[in-house]
Write a protein that binds this ligand. Structure first.
Ligand code: SF4
Ligand code: SF4
Length: 146
């Protein structure tokens, strides 16, 4: 049931919308935006609630109590979230692309995503241990594989 190929984002049920998230964890990385050029840089410094092994939030239901700035991705704010990685399922569908071959909705698990290097698994450091974000700029979150 490849519902994302037949159902527009705006017509998806909340369950379908939620299932689009591959759980890569990239959106939980700290990012830097250059004030002058507006260029976006990813760092490997992850939100302190992110589990680097499962790539999941340790306090997802109550995360806003701990991280008020955490973002809920919705149909309304999706066009503005230009910091989402190219590999993000929401971004892919929003710009007219398909889901990648490694997406959990297609493979049935997160394994292929991890193997393709498309998640943050075992690649992050806790933001609490980072002094200067600039020192932690990385390029791997920008990679995208179909
Ligand atoms: S980057 Fe997109 S697909 Fe990956 S965890 Fe965040 S919202 Fe989900
Ligand atoms: S609070 Fe949870 S979902 Fe939000 S950025 Fe942190 S780890 Fe990610």
């Amino acid at each position: 049931m490849r519902f994302w190929e037949t159902t527009a984002l705006k017509d998806m049920t909340s369950e379908q919308w939620e299932s689009l998230c591959d759980g890569c964890g990239k959106c939980c990385l700290n990012k830097i935006i250059d004030d002058e050029t507006e260029e976006l840089y990813y760092t490997n410094a992850a939100c302190h609630l992110l589990d680097d092994d499962s790539c999941q939030c340790r306090r997802y239901p109550e995360r806003f109590n701990y991280v008020p700035e955490c973002t809920v991705i919705s149909l309304e704010n999706l066009p503005e979230l230009n910091w989402l990685p190219d590999s993000c399922a929401y971004r892919r569908l929003f710009v007219g692309r398909d889901l990648p071959s490694w997406h959990p909705l297609i493979t049935g698990s997160k394994e292929a995503m991890h193997l393709a290097g498309m998640s943050v698994k075992a690649k992050t450091v806790n933001e609490m241990k980072v002094r200067y974000l600039d020192d932690n700029i990385v390029l791997w979150p920008l990679q995208d594989v179909d």
